[in-house]
Design a protein around this ligand. Structure first.
Ligand code: ACO
Length: 324
């Protein structure tokens, strides 16, 4: 028995932060940001608008799209590194607001790879007998962005995507998921303050430690390598070639990474779902956001082969192949 994505949904806050807006905050330029990242603008949550607020909207949309009632959910998984609180989980907040009283709920922490990790857990539970699992990727990256650091503040955005996973009745379904991690590279992308290692304090705030720090150039090279490896592993496991893939839905960090991966794989860029130009890097939300858009705009059609690939802090990287 296979599992299948039965419906998708997404939500981004209306407030747009353009590159020109950023020019007024840090020493940067629209040209630099577009050339180096491909990002033109990103969405930013309002003050007080939390991860669960974005996640609930994406979830409602995915449930409506799947035709599933919240009461029928067996489990809610929220992939995020910017949950409302350290505890309780954002998944529990969404469970309550949806009225999904039967559903178990927890968050998954695998940074930008979180959605694919959560999808693999949903897949396993569906195979074990659960009927419906809601998988959400939701982030308020603006809450952990240092708005005085031009190296990182131009990269991230806020948003949420969601999918309802259930049993497959036919050909459609999740064909494979592969997950990887290498904790030796944990310091490459890190929020060094605010956790149990360096708990919240005035000093932590003064040193600007509760914000994303990244060694961008090293991350870039590893991202290209691991994404390519992840895709090749996924293709081999399914005895597919890159030509069999109809739509590639990668984690959206940098257009140059996506172009380099596509070039190495000999995958036409037109087959790649891209949203980073409008949303930036939305971490765990980027793949479900891009997937929902690809489905709604007809870039993904029934019967298509869809390839997912992600990498992120940890380091973590992952891939998935779906028959739509
Ligand atoms: N505006 C203008 N100049 C800038 C900016 C900016 N916003 N940011 C950095 N620069 C400068 C640097 O200071 C440096 O100047 P210097 O040469 O005088 O020292 C110069 O630009 C080049 O800096 P690099 O870091 O080498 O630039 P690079 O070409 O590598 O681009 C970038 C930086 C965009 C961050 C790129 O490395 C990248 O995209 N890396 C991958 C990021 C990523 O994929 N993260 C995903 C994981 S995120 C997660 O898991 C939550």
């Amino acid at each position: 028995m296979k599992s299948q994505i039965l419906g998708t949904g997404s939500y981004v806050p209306p407030k747009i932060l353009t590159n020109t807006d950023l020019e007024k905050i840090v020493d940067t330029s629209d040209t630099w940001i577009v050339d180096r990242t491909g990002i033109h603008e990103r969405r930013i949550a309002e003050p007080g608008e939390a991860c669960s607020d974005l996640g609930i909207r994406a979830s409602e949309s995915a449930l409506a799209n799947a035709g599933i009632a919240a009461q029928d959910l067996d489990m809610i998984l929220v992939a995020t590194c910017t949950g409302d609180y350290p505890l309780p989980s954002t998944a529990c907040l969404i469970q309550h607001r949806l009225g999904a009283t039967r559903a178990a709920a927890c968050d998954i922490a695998a940074a930008c790879c979180g959605f694919v990790y959560a999808l693999s857990i949903a897949n396993a539970y569906i195979k074990a007998g659960y009927r419906y699992v809601l998988v959400v990727g939701a982030e308020v990256m603006s809450a952990i962005t240092d708005w005085s650091d031009r190296n990182t503040c131009v990269l991230f955005g806020d948003g949420a995507g969601a999918t309802v996973v259930g049993r497959s009745e036919g050909e459609a379904g999740i064909l494979s998921l592969h997950l990887h991690a290498d904790g030796r590279l944990a310091d490459l992308i890190c929020v060094p303050g605010g956790g149990s290692s360096r708990p919240a304090s005035q000093t932590i705030l003064d040193e600007r430690l509760p914000y994303v720090k990244m060694r961008g150039n090293e991350t870039f090279k590893i991202a290209v390598k691991t994404m390519e490896e992840a895709v090749r592993e996924a293709l081999a496991a399914n005895e597919l070639t890159i030509n069999d893939i109809d739509c590639f839905v990668p984690h959206q960090a940098n257009i140059r990474i996506l172009k380099a991966v596509a070039e190495r794989l000999k995958l036409p860029l037109e087959k790649t779902a891209i949203n980073l130009d409008r949303f930036g890097n939305t971490s765990a939300a980027s793949i479900p956001l891009a997937l929902d858009e690809a489905v709604k705009t007809g870039k993904v059609q029934p019967g298509n082969l869809v390839l997912l690939a992600a990498f992120g802090s940890g380091l973590t990287w992952a891939s998935g192949v779906l028959r739509w």
